[in-house]
Design a protein around this ligand. Structure first.
Ligand SMILES: NC(=O)c1ccc[n+]([C@@H]2O[C@H](COP(=O)([O-])OP(=O)(O)OC[C@H]3O[C@@H](n4cnc5c(N)ncnc54)[C@H](O)[C@@H]3O)[C@@H](O)[C@H]2O)c1
Length: 370
């Protein structure tokens, strides 16, 4: 059992991400170390996580009073209703702040359980055990928690860091291909915005990642978490630099909203479309060379991801995204904030590329010609 570790250390927070295959055995030792006063543990587990993992976790926690809660992870249940339900259960079982809440599941579970933990008596110990690739490379890193509302996705939430993240790649064995592609999209994004060498490595290793080769996965998860951490560490509350992580996401959020968050479209697939549209926009704005766009497209072609953006060779369909882009919560005036690409490994700075709706309408006709 080889465990890789990334430490997150700044003025206010200090926690680690552990990455490896079959590493859940570290859990009880870590609880003793990080939450020495914990007597009760609430385990909130995504229903689709195979039961062998639940048993493996429960077997280690025999000395604690365990409350087991299973969660049906979908965007509808990512709600204040679920949070309220869990808060009431914790209250009725007399949990206190030195006890522990563990979320075991994908990004939805992590966001809901993390938000619950941040609210309970103003913050109870929280461990995150991500079980999807997206959660392991993205959502479990950085401390954003939250729920959806009828007004939009992720509009209520908090910044709350876990005491520990355990990313065990053995969870991924049951994950469908579509969900692997979803997580891969964020891995690719991390390479594009920050690390040319990692991008070149991905050119050679994408197929093996999607085929769940454990060593390649561990390398990609570690690299991805380090890149996300780099931005989070410099800007925990997302006032500036961290926004670079939104590369491709302005289009992606609009694509998801336009599809009414259809189950047939994962967030990662929308990000794959969004990154191509954002790179094309970067070429139109002449901050990026076409050669860079070709390089990115090449990865898409080799791995059959082109289906994610084919539809957007139709200018009308790009234009139809504009009302949804305008609604995105990250836009604070009439102009739309984009993170554009200069070259692989370098984006423009937040707030430096604002585009008016009229210009965006003009560009949507040209984007489709690229
Ligand atoms: N907090 C953040 O910084 C952040 C960042 C990115 C995304 N997110 C959020 O994360 C969510 C998306 O996360 P996700 O893609 O992990 O979605 P998810 O949690 O819905 O998981 C995807 C699907 O996989 C299932 N699943 C989970 N683990 C499994 C396993 N081991 N085997 C088989 N099936 C499994 C789930 O039940 C679900 O059906 C969105 O709500 C998004 O807003 C948050």
């Amino acid at each position: 059992m080889k465990v890789q570790q990334i430490k997150f250390n700044n003025k206010t927070h200090n926690y680690s991400i552990l990455i490896g295959k079959n590493i859940l055995g570290v859990l009880s030792k870590k609880i003793k170390l990080l939450c020495p006063k914990a007597r009760k543990i609430a385990l909130v587990i995504d229903k689709k996580v195979p039961s062998k993992f639940k048993n493996r976790i429960k077997n280690q926690l025999k000395n604690f009073e365990i409350v087991h809660l299973s969660f049906e992870a979908n965007e509808k249940n990512k709600s204040i209703v679920s949070v309220n339900k869990y808060l009431n259960i914790l209250l009725s079982k007399n949990f206190n702040r030195s006890d522990l809440v563990i979320g075991i599941g994908g990004g939805i579970t992590g966001d809901v359980v993390g938000f619950t933990a941040s609210l309970f008596k103003r913050g109870i110990n929280f461990f995150n055990i991500p079980t999807t690739l997206l959660a392991q490379v993205d959502s479990a890193v950085g401390g954003k928690t939250g729920v959806n509302t009828m007004h939009g996705k992720n509009l209520i939430g908090s910044f709350y860091q876990p005491k520990l993240v355990i990313s065990d790649t053995s969870f991924l064995s049951s994950l469908p291909k579509k969900q692997m592609i979803c997580g891969y999209a964020e891995i690719l994004k991390h390479s594009i915005i920050k690390d040319l060498n990692f991008f070149n490595w991905l050119k050679k290793n994408t197929k093996e990642i999607l085929n769940k080769n454990s060593d390649k996965l561990i390398f990609a998860i570690k690299k991805s978490c380090s890149i996300k951490m780099y931005f989070v560490d410099k800007d925990v509350n997302e006032k500036g630099l961290r926004m670079k992580l939104n590369f491709g996401h302005t289009f992606a959020h609009a694509i998801e909203a336009k599809s009414r968050y259809s189950k047939n479209l994962t967030h990662g697939e929308a990000v794959l479309s969004g990154m191509i549209l954002a790179t094309k926009l970067s070429c139109i704005k002449k901050v990026c060379k076409r050669k860079t766009l070709r390089e990115i497209m090449d990865i898409y072609e080799r791995n059959n991801f082109t289906y994610t953006f084919k539809k957007y060779s139709n200018p009308k369909l790009i234009e139809n995204l504009i009302p949804f882009i305008k609604n995105d919560k990250k836009n604070n005036d009439e102009k739309i904030n984009f993170i554009l690409l200069n070259k692989i490994g370098k984006t423009t700075n937040p707030y430096s590329s604002k585009i008016s709706v009229n210009n965006l309408r003009r560009y949507s006709k040209i984007i489709s010609q690229y």
